[in-house]
Structure formats: structure tokens, C-alpha cells
Design a protein around this ligand. Structure first.
Ligand code: C2E
Ligand code: MG
Ligand code: MG
Ligand code: MG
Length: 283
């Protein structure tokens, strides 16, 4: 029976379905040992202050160095990792690795503009009992400061069981950790709800940025969100900035931060500091 079907319904055997299923099962099994085998690795993408052009922070983005399939993007395995629960240990590894790397950068280059590392947290990981203590411990073990950490969560997590999640968010923020809503605008949160959310940063999804030059409507939308965010004391990061025209339009609107291929694709750790120092390379 093909995966994901309701019980009791049958489908004709299809080889392509079969191989997709085998692929998923293999991924699932291999994910289990990928941590012990040290097959995960992090790349970093700069988040740029649109006013000064300085790199204000970096986002850590996980990659899986698969022995047979090569370097895999999160799109190839995060979903399976979520389903199987492995995301909890992967996420824990990512958090510790990103903090250790960032603490190293701060120690070796204390004068650099680089102020924080942003770490993606899956809903399942956030909702694991003890998550907040886990974050506290990870910061301590890395000899890092809570202010150096920005956690990226999804809109749907903030909307679902709001009570527990919001309580945890408040504890994290009281510690000094900052919270960003990733891919903002792709979910269902209303703008009026924003005022109450215990978050610090909105990361405006790439789909909003793609059309700001061609669509008057998209332009107005982004402009409105940026002004609202400013009034609510929320920072905004525009995601997926790919060309200079978009950057200029965003800066004119007063959007404080941008991230995207225009500035840099995700890079390996050794290439981060050169980017931070070479501001003009970031346009
Ligand atoms: P995200 O958090 O929204 O990260 C941004 C994604 O957009 C990254 O893809 C980045 O490489 C890509 N990107 C950045 N700028 C541009 C641009 O200008 N144009 C285009 N076309 N793409 C751009 P990546 O690294 O493949 O990550 C995909 C997603 O996987 C991330 O989306 C995030 O949701 C998830 N992810 C990555 N690392 C982790 C992790 O450590 N834990 C969890 N739970 N999820 C992760
Ligand atoms: Mg993200
Ligand atoms: Mg994002
Ligand atoms: Mg995105």
C-alpha cells in the first residue's frame, strides 16, 4: 500500500511511487546515524543592514553530507526528519554547532559588526519538553551570550497552542534570546495579532520580495508591513533579495535588513569573516 493513503484504499502498483517510498525509508534510516557519523554541516548566509551595508548577523543553514548522494539541502531531508522525530537531535546539534562557531568568531574578531547568529528551530523541536532549558544549557556550554542568539520559528507554531508556546517564548526573551518569525506572510497570522506576539523580528518571505518591482500591490503590501513593524518595534529582514532594484526599493521603504543572493549565497564558515570585512562586496 502506498504511503500516506487512507487505510483500506488500494492503489495500483506504480514503480515511481515505490522508488520514492524506498528513498524516504532509506533517508529515514540513514538520518538515524548521520549525527554519530558527523555528516551534518552548517553554512552561513549574511543578514545585511540596508542602511550601512554592514553584516549584522548570519543565519545558519544545515546541510547533509550524504556518503552516496552528495551535499543535500534541507529540502531533501527536513520533512522526513520532522516525521521521524530525528529533527530533535539534528536541531540540537545545529544549535550547539552554530553557538560554538559564533562564540569563536566573537572571541577572535570582537570588533566585527557581526552581532548574532540566527538558528532555525522546527515546531517539533520547539515543543519538545525542556526545550528552553536545552537552549540555556547550549548557550552556557558554548560560552556564548543569549544576545548572540536569534531563534527562527514559524508562524504556525506561534498560532498553534499559543499558551505554552508563548510562555516559552517569553522565558527565552527574558533570558535575552531574540525570536524571529521565519517566512512571515506565508501563514495565517493577521497583522493585528502581531502586536501581541512575543517576538522581535519578522523575516518577510521571499515570495513578497520577488515582485516588489513589478507589482504595485506587492510593493504596497511590503511597505505597509514594514511601517507597521516599525511602529510595533519589530525589526524586519527581507528574505530572498536578489537584485539591486529590490534592495533600493526596500531601503527606501525603511526596511532595516535584507538577506539574499544579492549580498551572498550561504557560505562555508571560513568565508564568513572575509564577507563581514569586505563590506563593499555586499553592494
Ligand atoms: P529559510 O530559513 O527560509 O532559509 C532561507 C532559504 O532560502 C535558504 O535555503 C537559503 O539558501 C535560501 N535563499 C537565501 N537567499 C536566497 C535568494 O536570494 N534566492 C533564493 N532563491 N533563495 C535564497 P536552504 O539553505 O536550502 O534552507 C531551506 C530551508 O530549510 C530554510 O528556509 C529552513 O526553513 C530550513 N532549514 C535550514 N536549516 C535548518 C535547520 O538547521 N533546522 C531546521 N529545522 N530547518 C532548517
Ligand atoms: Mg530561516
Ligand atoms: Mg526564511
Ligand atoms: Mg523562506
Amino acid at each position: 500500500q502506498a504511503k500516506g493513503e487512507d487505510k483500506g484504499t488500494w492503489q495500483r502498483y506504480r514503480p515511481e511511487l515505490h522508488s520514492a517510498m524506498v528513498q524516504r525509508l532509506e533517508t529515514r534510516a540513514a538520518l538515524h546515524e548521520a549525527i554519530e557519523l558527523e555528516q551534518f554541516t552548517l553554512m552561513y548566509q549574511p543578514i545585511v543592514d540596508l542602511e550601512t551595508g554592514l553584516v549584522s548577523g548570519v543565519e545558519s543553514l544545515v546541510r547533509w553530507q550524504h556518503p552516496q548522494r552528495g551535499l543535500l539541502s534541507p529540502y531533501d531531508f527536513i520533512e522526513v526528519a520532522e516525521e521521524s522525530g530525528t529533527i530533535v537531535s539534528i536541531g540540537s546539534w545545529v544549535l550547539r554547532e552554530a553557538l560554538a562557531q559564533f562564540a569563536y568568531w566573537r572571541r577572535t574578531e570582537p570588533a566585527a559588526s557581526l552581532a548574532y547568529v540566527s538558528v532555525n528551530v522546527s515546531a517539533r523541536q520547539f515543543r519538545t519538553p525542556g526545550f528552553v532549558d536545552h537552549v540555556r544549557q547550549a548557550i552556557e556550554d558554548a560560552h556564548a551570550r543569549p544576545e548572540w542568539l536569534l531563534l527562527e520559528i514559524t508562524e504556525s507554531l506561534v498560532l498553534r497552542d499559543a499558551d505554552q508556546v508563548w510562555a516559552d517564548l517569553r522565558v527565552l526573551r527574558a533570558m535575552g534570546v531574540r525570536i524571529a518569525i521565519d517566512d512571515f506572510g506565508t501563514g495565517y497570522s493577521s497583522l493585528s495579532y502581531l502586536r501581541q506576539m512575543p517576538v522581535d523580528v519578522l523575516k518577510l518571505d521571499k515570495s513578497f520580495i520577488d515582485d516588489i518591482l513589478d507589482s504595485e500591490q506587492q510593493h504596497i503590501m511590503v511597505d505597509t508591513i514594514v511601517s507597521l513593524a516599525r511602529n510595533l518595534d519589530l525589526a524586519v529582514v527581507a528574505e530572498g533579495v536578489e537584485d539591486l532594484g529590490q534592495r533600493t526599493a526596500l531601503a527606501r521603504m525603511g526596511c532595516p535588513y535584507g538577506q539574499g543572493y544579492l549580498f551572498s549565497k550561504p557560505v562555508w564558515p571560513a568565508d564568513v569573516m572575509p564577507l563581514v570585512h569586505n563590506v563593499r562586496a555586499l553592494v
